[in-house]
Write a protein that binds this ligand. Structure first.
Ligand code: CA
Length: 225
């Protein structure tokens, strides 16, 4: 049973979504302002957050920014206007998906299902994790594909490991530089692109048509599960 947190200040919309998602078998948590939404999102009780942009006390972007400091909870942003959608696409907000009002409840339910499934694929158990054809052994720091070990450098392993710590979101080159390469590295950001290209050759069946290690233009990279 998955729990969806709805953060939306319009009661009629909350009721509509809530009614339909309950019928699909979801548990529902509700918040009518950004502050309460963030609090519930951080409580660990939800499997996904549906987050409206325009909210009292704290808008959706602020909520998401705060949340992403410590949490990789899947988030679907709900936008009312073109500009809001553009902002989600243009900035590194850390949203996993977005949907524009007015939307069909059926479409929303499909998106929720897809996003929860995607994040569940990389839940770690006993120090290891699996996604798609890959298995990660954290103890041995190895990655195998379809049971066959991949020859990865330490940095390549660290990149995959960082992706898995930050599931379902785009990671910028700057963030990789800071978190994987470290502050003592004075290279330029293209080093990240080079590393991703090499890693793609190891992970992908066809590096020219990647299925797992994806580029989000102007934003960074993400691991598609
Ligand atoms: Ca609103």
């Amino acid at each position: 049973m998955s729990t969806v947190l709805i953060v939306e200040d319009e009661k009629s919309i909350v009721d509509l979504i809530s009614f339909n998602l309950k019928r699909e078998g979801y548990e529902i948590l509700e918040a009518y302002d950004g502050q309460k939404g963030l609090e519930l999102a951080l409580s660990g009780k939800a499997d996904l957050m549906l987050l409206d942009v325009m909210l009292p006390l704290m808008d959706g972007f602020e909520v998401l920014k705060k949340l992403r400091e410590t949490s990789s909870l899947p988030v679907i942003m709900v936008t009312a206007r073109e500009e809001e959608r553009d902002k989600i696409l243009g900035l590194e907000t850390g949203a996993d998906d977005y949907i524009t009002k007015p939307f069909s409840v059926k479409e929303l339910a499909a998106r929720i299902k897809a996003n929860i499934r995607r994040s569940a694929g990389i839940v770690t158990a006993g120090g290891g994790s699996e996604f798609g054809p890959f298995a990660i052994d954290r103890l041995m720091q190895t990655v195998s594909k379809n049971g066959k070990p991949l020859e990865l450098s330490q940095r390549e392993y660290d990149i995959i490991s960082y992706f898995l710590k930050n599931p379902s979101r785009v990671v910028s080159r700057e963030e990789f530089m800071e978190k994987v390469w470290g502050f003592d590295y004075y290279g330029d950001l293209r080093a990240v692109d080079v590393a991703m290209r090499r890693l793609r050759e190891k992970l992908e069946d066809d590096p020219a048509e990647p299925r797992y290690l994806m580029t989000k233009r102007g934003a960074g990279y993400y691991l598609k599960i």
